[in-house]
Design a protein around this ligand. Structure first.
Ligand code: GAP
Length: 444
C-alpha cells in the first residue's frame, strides 16, 4: 500500500472511531495529550471482549494457567534486577533545526515535522549526537521528591508475575510446567509514539509467563508459538494478514534466547502484534540474586531442584484492538452506493443487536422495547427508533453490530420479527420467543 493510501485508510478508521464512540483523543478539549487515547462507549466494550476472549483461552479453559493482577508500582530494585534501569533505552537524537526528537534507529522512516514529504535523513536538518534515553516513567513514592523515593511505572506487566512466582506456586498447588497470566497497564516514555493506538505511552498488555523445566523450553516455545497464532485466527483475523518474524541476533532483547513476533499487515506495513520469547532462567535468576530469596523449584518426582525457564507470550491489548478494527474495516461497493462496514466477529462486537420499531406508532415501539428489555439481560443490545430504517441499518453496519432486529406490522400479528445479518444483509423472520437462542448460537 502506498504511503498516501495507508494514511487515508488510517485517517478513515480514526474518524470512524470518533464518530461511532470507539476511541477519542485524550484531553481533547484542552488540545489533546500526544499519544494518549480514551476508549468511548463502543471502544470500552470491544476492549473488554478482547480481554475476555484472551482470558478465556489462556486461563479459564486451561488447568495449567492461573491469573494474577499485580500492582503497577513495585519495589525499584525489581527494575534493577530485570535490567530495565540499565538497559531499557532507545537511542535518541534531536534536530537543531526543527527541534524535533527522533529515535536514531528509525530516521529513515520518520517524516520531518517541517517538511513532511521528506524523511529526517533527507530534509537537511542538523542532528545532535546519539544519546541513550531510558523509556521508564519515574515518579516518587510519598510526599518528598527525593532520589530515595524513586519508583517507576511498570514498562511491562511480566515482572509482577516473576516476583509473585513463589506465592502463586504455593497457593495454587500448580506444578511445573504451569503458567501465570495477567492483563494490565504498562507505560513507556516512547520517543516517537505514532500510528494512532499502535504505539502509545500508556497501553495495556496481556501477558502469560509459562514456567518449564530447563531442557523442555524449546518444545514449549514451539507449542506457544502455534497456540498464539491460532488465537488470532479464532478471533477472525484474516490469515493472509498474519505472519511470524524471527528475531535475529541484533534484535533479541537482553533476556531472550529466542524470540518470534506475531506480525500483522497494517496499512502502515507489517508490524509486531505480540512477542513470544524464550526468556531462559534469566528473570528468576536475577530476582533470586537481587532479593536473596530462594526461587528454585523442587520437583518431587525426580527430587531435583532447578530455576525454571520461562516462555513468555506478550500481546498488546490496544494493538490487538487496532488490528481487529483494521481487519474488519471495509468500504463495500453496492449497486447504488458505498456502505462502510466493520465486519467484527460477533463474539467481539460491542453491541450484538440493534432493535428497531419500523415506525414510531401502532404498538411497534412498545413491542421493540419489550424485546430490548428481555435481550439486555443476556447481551449488549441497542434500541433505536430515529430516522428511516435503512439509515439505522447503516449506522449499525458502521459500528460493527452483527444483527438488526426490526418489529413491523406483521410482528404484532404473529409475534415474529425480521433479523438482518450485517455482512450478507440477508433478512429472515424469527419467532420472538426463539430470538435469544437464535442470537446466542450465531454469536458463539
Ligand atoms: N514482557 C515482554 C514485553 O513487554 P514487548 O515486545 O516490549 O515485550 C509486548 O511488548 C507487546 O506489548 C508488543 O508486542 C505490543 O503489542 C505491546 N506494546 C509494547 N509497547 C507498546 C506501546 N508503546 N504501545 C502499544 N503497545 C505496545
Amino acid at each position: 500500500m502506498s504511503q498516501k493510501s495507508a494514511d487515508s485508510t488510517m485517517s478513515k478508521i480514526v474518524s470512524l472511531c470518533k464518530r461511532r464512540g470507539y476511541i477519542f483523543q485524550s484531553s481533547e478539549i484542552y488540545g489533546g495529550l500526544d499519544s494518549c487515547y480514551d476508549y468511548g462507549p463502543m471502544g470500552v466494550e470491544l476492549k473488554k471482549n478482547i480481554k475476555e476472549f484472551w482470558w478465556k483461552s489462556m486461563v479459564r479453559l486451561r488447568e495449567d494457567i492461573v491469573g494474577l493482577d499485580s500492582s503497577i508500582l513495585m519495589h525499584p530494585r525489581i527494575w534493577e534486577a530485570s535490567g530495565h534501569v540499565a538497559g531499557f533505552v532507545d537511542p535518541l537524537v534531536d534536530c537543531k533545526t526543527c527541534k524535533g526528537r527522533f529515535r536514531a534507529d528509525q530516521l529513515e522512516s520518520m517524516p520531518c515535522p517541517r517538511k513532511p514529504s521528506k524523511m529526517v535523513t533527507e530534509c537537511g536538518g542538523e542532528l545532535t549526537e546519539v544519546r541513550e534515553f531510558n523509556l521508564m516513567f519515574r515518579t516518587h513514592m510519598g510526599p518528598v521528591a527525593e532520589d530515595a523515593a524513586v519508583v517507576y511505572l511498570r514498562p511491562e506487566t511480566a515482572q509482577g508475575i516473576y516476583v509473585n512466582y513463589n506465592n502463586v506456586l504455593q497457593s495454587s498447588r500448580q506444578k511445573v510446567p504451569f503458567g501465570i497470566a495477567q492483563i494490565g497497564k504498562a507505560f513507556r516514555n516512547e520517543i516517537t509514539p505514532r500510528n494512532f493506538i499502535f504505539r502509545t505511552r500508556e497501553f495495556e498488555q496481556m501477558e502469560m509467563q509459562f514456567f518449564v523445566k530447563p531442557g523442555t523450553d524449546t518444545e514449549w516455545f514451539e507449542y506457544w508459538k502455534e497456540q498464539r497464532i491460532q488465537w488470532y485466527d479464532k478471533m477472525g483475523i484474516r490469515k493472509a494478514n498474519l505472519r511470524f518474524h524471527q528475531h535475529g541476533d541484533g534484535e533479541l532483547a537482553h533476556y531472550a534466547a529466542a524470540a518470534f513476533d506475531v506480525e500483522y499487515n497494517f496499512p502502515f506495513g507489517w508490524k509486531e502484534l505480540e512477542g513470544i520469547h524464550n526468556r531462559t532462567d534469566f528473570d528468576l535468576q536475577r530476582h533470586q540474586e537481587y532479593s536473596g530469596k530462594d526461587l528454585q523449584y523442587f520437583e518431587e518426582a525426580t527430587r531435583e531442584r532447578f530455576i525454571p525457564f520461562i516462555i513468555e507470550t506478550s500481546a498488546g491489548c490496544d494493538r490487538t484492538l487496532l488490528t481487529v478494527l483494521v481487519d474488519a474495516y471495509e468500504e463495500e461497493e453496492l449497486e447504488k452506493d458505498t456502505r462502510t462496514v466493520l465486519h467484527l466477529a460477533p463474539q467481539l462486537a460491542p453491541v450484538k443487536a440493534g432493535i428497531f420499531p419500523l415506525v414510531k406508532r401502532d404498538g411497534m415501539p412498545e413491542m421493540a422495547h419489550k424485546i430490548h428489555d428481555e435481550l439486555k439481560k443476556h447481551m449488549m443490545v441497542y434500541y433505536d427508533e430515529g430516522g428511516a430504517v435503512g439509515r439505522r441499518y447503516r449506522r449499525q453496519d458502521e459500528a460493527g453490530t452483527p444483527f438488526c432486529i426490526t418489529v413491523d406490522s406483521q410482528s404484532l400479528e404473529d409475534q415474529t420479527v425480521t433479523v438482518r445479518e450485517r455482512d450478507s444483509m440477508q433478512q429472515e423472520r424469527i419467532a420472538v420467543d426463539g430470538l435469544f437462542e437464535y442470537l446466542r448460537s450465531r454469536i458463539d
